[in-house]
Design a binder for this molecule. Structure first.
Ligand SMILES: Nc1ncnc2c1ncn2[C@@H]1O[C@H](COP(=O)(O)OP(=O)(O)OP(=O)(O)O)[C@@H](O)[C@H]1O
Length: 232
């Protein structure tokens, strides 16, 4: 299982948001770190096939990002995910399953399973508008997992969560890297430093660090902040 990104570039009018990024990702959790505007969302949107690159390619085991087969293997939680406040958590998942073309019996089975996984089974029949930020994000993860994706893209899933919810979210994500490629963006080091198998760090559209971060590598937070300082 390999997601291959080759010299990927995205240019907006006079701004290069992603600048010739090449990456090979296998199963595991990849923590994508970068300051605001570094290009994380642009990169992730291209990996999800919803933003067309200016140049470069993205393939999964040889399947191009533009193919339907690629999409069927993808799970995505966007930064500004739109929940339906009047839906219950359960109805929302059933609705998303229908959008993904799942058959009803399978959708029902998967909904029950995922509500348990994200610890929302007790509130499955409550309206989303009564959910906390953390509960909504867990529901967001659940919808992204409906089709058992091989590639799971989570764009700043911990934004707006309190510290307790952050830990809970981290615990949930930890296991997902066993069978799939998880790409998770954040600008908070502690969100990923203990769960990411590999660290990817972006600055001004470029990848400035890629690989494992071990105790020998030093303090990740310090290294990260140093890159920040240089921007300002
Ligand atoms: N549609 C667009 N048109 C022009 N410039 C854009 C567009 N979208 C993004 N940009 C610019 O591209 C750069 C990268 O933006 P991007 O949203 O990918 O960064 P990010 O790392 O995800 O930041 P954040 O953490 O704030 O989401 C920024 O300078 C941004 O202003």
């Amino acid at each position: 299982m390999e997601l291959s990104i080759d010299r990927l570039t995205k240019q907006y009018q006079n701004k290069i948001a992603v600048d010739r990024i090449s990456l090979r990702l296998n199963t595991g959790i990849y923590g994508l770190l970068g300051a605001n505007g570094a290009g994380k969302t642009t990169l992730m949107r291209m990996v999800c096939g919803i933003l067309k690159p200016t140049s470069g390619t993205i393939t999964f085991d040889g399947i191009d990002v533009s193919e339907e087969r690629y999409r069927s293997m993808l799970g995505y939680l966007p930064q500004d995910f739109g929940y339906y406040p009047e839906f219950t958590g359960e109805d929302f998942l059933l609705y998303m399953a229908a959008l993904k073309g799942m058959r009803k019996p399978q959708a029902r089975r998967k909904t029950v399973e995922l509500l348990k996984l994200v610890s929302l089974h007790d509130v499955a029949k409550k309206k989303i508008k009564t959910y906390s930020g953390g509960m909504k994000q867990r529901l967001g993860i659940a919808q992204a997992l409906l089709n058992q994706p091989k590639i799971l893209v989570l764009d700043e899933p911990t934004a707006g969560l309190d510290p307790k919810e952050r830990v809970r979210f981290r615990d949930l994500i930890k296991d997902l890297g066993k069978d799939s490629i998880v790409l998770l963006s954040t600008h908070i080091v502690s969100d990923i430093e203990h769960i990411a198998d590999d660290i990817l760090m972006m600055k001004s559209g470029q990848l400035i660090y890629q690989g494992k971060w071990t105790d020998k590598s030093g303090n990740l937070e310090e290294f990260y902040l140093k890159q920040f300082e240089e921007i300002e």
